[in-house]
Write a protein that binds this ligand. Structure first.
Ligand SMILES: CC(C)(COP(=O)(O)OP(=O)(O)OC[C@H]1O[C@@H](n2cnc3c(N)ncnc32)[C@H](O)[C@@H]1OP(=O)(O)O)[C@@H](O)C(=O)NCCC(=O)NCCS
Length: 179
């Protein structure tokens, strides 16, 4: 599967239950009602540590459900395997040409390069949407996501236990191999 290929990404059909394909795919989900359903199910499948890292706390299932029910992402890319959303990158436009992103993967899918794949696809898609600055907030000790930010040329500021990262898309994605 050519994960980074934009053609693959845009041609992947939006998922509607029941999920048609069992093959792994990156899917750009454009329907907000389906995005909410998928996010809710995905958050519930995250392990304890992944929930803590993603939400920077220990949300109850009810709190995560509320977050998913209210979610209106400007971009959602899903990593789907065996018909189930195993990981996502979500982006929300904030001010100016900024968007805030968050990523998460089920435990069994972490540390296998899928986060890097989602992050790269997300940066390219956001750039096409006119976003120029990607912001990401995480815990200071979140080595994996900060490695992604750094390898995309992003900068990181620390305040107590938190990290504030920014990736400037103009600079990073100017080179075809970057991001
Ligand atoms: C953060 C996350 C999306 C990264 O995705 P991933 O698929 O696990 O990471 P990858 O396999 O693509 O690896 C990306 C980098 O992180 C490093 N990494 C991966 N898992 C790591 C771990 N457990 N500890 C330290 N570094 C790790 C990799 O070595 C790689 O860095 P490198 O290229 O410098 O070697 C995923 O781990 C996750 O869902 N974590 C829980 C939720 C979360 O932390 N979200 C981010 C806050 S918004």
């Amino acid at each position: 599967m050519a994960y980074h290929d934009r053609t693959t990404l845009t041609l992947a059909a939006p998922l509607t239950p029941p999920l048609a394909s069992q093959a792994p795919a990156l899917v750009l989900e454009s329907r907000s009602d389906i995005a909410r359903i998928h996010l809710k199910a995905h958050y519930r499948r995250l392990g304890t540590s992944a929930r803590r890292l993603r939400f920077m706390g220990q949300p109850s299932e009810a709190s995560m459900d509320k977050i998913a029910d209210a979610a209106l992402p400007d971009m959602l890319i899903e990593y789907v395997d065996q018909g189930i959303v195993r990981g996502v990158i979500e982006a929300y436009r904030t001010k100016g040409a900024h968007a805030e992103v968050a990523l998460s993967l089920e435990d069994a899918y972490q540390g296998r390069g899928f986060g890097r794949m989602l992050f790269r696809a997300g940066l390219h898609t956001l750039k096409e949407m006119g976003v120029r600055h990607v912001d990401l907030y995480c815990m200071r000790n979140n080595t994996a996501v900060l490695a992604l930010v750094r390898s995309a040329g992003g900068s990181v500021r620390y305040l107590y236990g938190d990290a504030f990262a920014e990736v400037c898309l103009d600079r990073v994605l100017a080179q075809p191999s970057a991001g």
